[in-house]
Design a binder for this molecule. Sequence first.
Ligand code: HEC
Ligand code: HEC
Ligand code: HEC
Length: 157
Amino acid sequence: MTALATLAALALASGEPAVPVSVPVETAEAPAGACALLAPDSGRATVAECLACHGGSGSGHPVGLDYGAFAGRPGLRSEADAVAIGIFLPEGELRCTTCHDGRSRVRHRIALPPGADVRTAVVPGDPATYTQRRLSPAALEGRAVSPKPLCLGCHAF
Ligand code: HEC
Ligand code: HEC
Ligand code: HEC
């Protein structure tokens, strides 16, 4: 049973309304089993395959959509431009693996486009982090970084 299904079952048992399985639910449980993102060739994994374990996690960004249907709207780059920047759109879709790459060395395995200007993450409430330092490729392992170069691959704010 997935964490979500468990939650839905618990909610039913306690008389609360059932939670639709498509809606991410906050959960404190760590997902069970080895992360599928680390499997070779995980890039084409569907959103549903990731959500099987990660019900309540992630950035909350919309996923599982055909990027081409949104591209070119105000503030969003064309699909060709996004792909040229290095944004990964398996079968044209924005999936979990658009933003997470098992080969990424930074914290949360954020997929940063090749040649991105990678900088330290800002932590709200910690002024020491407000000045973002540029990180050399040698300093990336496990580091919390700003995802901005990834976001700007599609969004042209
Ligand atoms: C648009 C980019 C984007 C997409 C799409 C995305 N993520 Fe993330 N994810 C991030 C970023 C950025 C972080 C770092 C934490 C933050 O800023 O929210 C993150 C953090 C995480 C984390 C670690 C933090 C936590 O909440 O446990 C997990 C796990 C995760 N994402 C899983 C997923 C899964 C599963 C999907 C697909 C349902 C997904 N992400 C889709 C950008 C994305
Ligand atoms: C079989 C269950 C399972 C599946 C399926 C799964 N994961 Fe994970 N994932 C985990 C576990 C366990 C962890 C480690 C949790 C922890 O220590 O916080 C993890 C960690 C992560 C992290 C955080 C890594 C970090 O360094 O912070 C991200 C991001 C992530 N998974 C994304 C994905 C994506 C994207 C998919 C789909 C391709 C996916 N996961 C599929 C179990 C799974
Ligand atoms: C693959 C292209 C792509 C990437 C990369 C991307 N986005 Fe998006 N983003 C989209 C699309 C498409 C939408 C949906 C637009 C809509 O619904 O009109 C969206 C929607 C959003 C929204 C509106 C959310 C909502 O629920 O309506 C925000 C905020 C956002 N993105 C921020 C980010 C941030 C921050 C990052 C980097 C961590 C990021 N995006 C990365 C394509 C992308």
